[in-house]
Design a protein around this ligand. Structure first.
Ligand SMILES: C[C@H](CCC(=O)NCCS(=O)(=O)O)[C@H]1CC[C@H]2[C@@H]3CC[C@@H]4C[C@H](O)CC[C@]4(C)[C@H]3C[C@H](O)[C@]12C
Length: 326
């Protein structure tokens, strides 16, 4: 499972948790403007917007899981197993055929906003073409967001859907309209203490703080994480400074953190939050921490040569960094 969220303070933040039982070998990867992208159907693009994100680099190609570009647009792919169904390549002149593994570079390379992404999506066919035999087609859906809004993209048997995403969060199954519908169940929840509308004549009292959100689901299912992160995000109070914003963002995604042992996916195999990311989309900074490394690390795309042609790659820093005080 995975969870993605957007957040706006002075700047615009975009990030995700990646929850899985193993790692593909993830690296924070900066793709500069002149790295030549060889698209499967759309030919070679010698120049495009620069981007930074988490990727598995295979044969020199950045297979992005999530990224932002230099214009402040962010995009993340999350599992959508059993529902994702890709399209056939369509040779007509007015269609752009994009393989699922190219989707993030395709959009972030050429779109500066969600509006521009919508235009690109209008003429796009998303194909299930695998990257290689070793890396078969991933069944994903995506969130695309900028400081003014977010959309969800789901390619299913009945076509490519683009939904307005008013909460700016995404998890996994079921399809997005059902996730949004389920939020109706929680509309009564509040960060304020409840008042007794249950039975005023019965002497009920708020014996603890935090009772306004009783009923918010605490488990790790995708629908529960969706409701929980949406509640936490919507009620989170923004602070202006960079450190406070980044800290708050990690707290928001911390609400859906997966601890080893709590989500068994096969006998003795457990899904955990492998990494959590928080991108400052205005400044081009990728902050992250990992399961065994709570310290926040950062890579700033603007410290790289963005007019270059070579990827800059940073393996994840692992291991806890404990500041001893005596
Ligand atoms: C496993 C992850 C989803 C985690 C998640 O959501 N876990 C919930 C499980 S569940 O919801 O409970 O079922 C997803 C998210 C992004 C994916 C990569 C995208 C690029 C590339 C595409 C290629 O085609 C195949 C290899 C490739 C590197 C992909 C590997 C893997 O698929 C990645 C990491």
């Amino acid at each position: 499972m995975c969870t993605a969220a957007t957040y706006k303070t002075k700047d615009f933040y975009f990030g995700r948790t990646l929850d899985y039982e193993f790692s593909y070998g993830d690296e924070i990867t900066v793709t500069p403007r002149n790295y030549p992208f060889e698209f499967r159907y759309m030919g070679r693009k010698d120049s495009h917007y620069a981007m930074i994100g988490m990727a598995h680099v295979a044969g020199g190609y950045p297979l992005y899981y999530d990224a932002i570009n230099e214009k402040g647009l962010g995009m993340a792919g999350l599992n959508f197993v059993g529902n994702a169904a890709y399209q056939e390549a369509d040779e007509s002149e007015d269609r752009d055929n994009v393989a699922q593994y190219e989707f993030i570079p395709w959009i972030l390379g050429s779109c500066a906003s969600v509006g521009e992404a919508r235009v690109a999506l209008d003429r796009m066919n998303l194909t299930g073409t695998p990257f290689s035999e070793q890396l078969p087609t991933a069944q994903l859906h995506w969130i695309i967001a900028d400081r003014n809004g977010a959309i969800t993209v789901e390619c299913m048997a009945d076509g490519l859907h683009v939904y307005e995403n008013p909460v700016g969060v995404l998890t996994n199954n079921p399809p997005f309209p059902q996730q949004m519908f389920l939020l109706n169940q929680y509309m009564g929840l509040s960060p304020k203490q409840p008042v007794n509308t249950f039975a005023p004549e019965v002497g009920l009292s708020a014996y603890s703080r935090g009772m306004g959100a009783i009923g918010l689901p605490g488990d790790l299912s995708s629908t529960s994480r969706f409701a929980r992160v949406a509640f936490v995000k919507q009620n989170s109070l923004p602070a202006d400074s960079e450190a406070e914003s980044v800290s708050q963002f990690f707290h928001i995604l911390g609400s859906v953190d997966q601890q080893r042992g709590c989500c068994e996916v096969a006998p003795d195999k457990y899904e955990i939050t492998i990494y959590t990311s928080c991108c400052n989309a205005d400044k081009g900074i990728y902050y992250y921490n990992t399961y065994e490394g709570h310290q926040i690390n950062a890579v700033d795309m603007n410290r790289e040569d963005l007019d270059g042609a070579e990827l800059a790659r940073y393996p994840l820093i692992q291991g806890e960094n404990i500041n001893w005080q005596n």
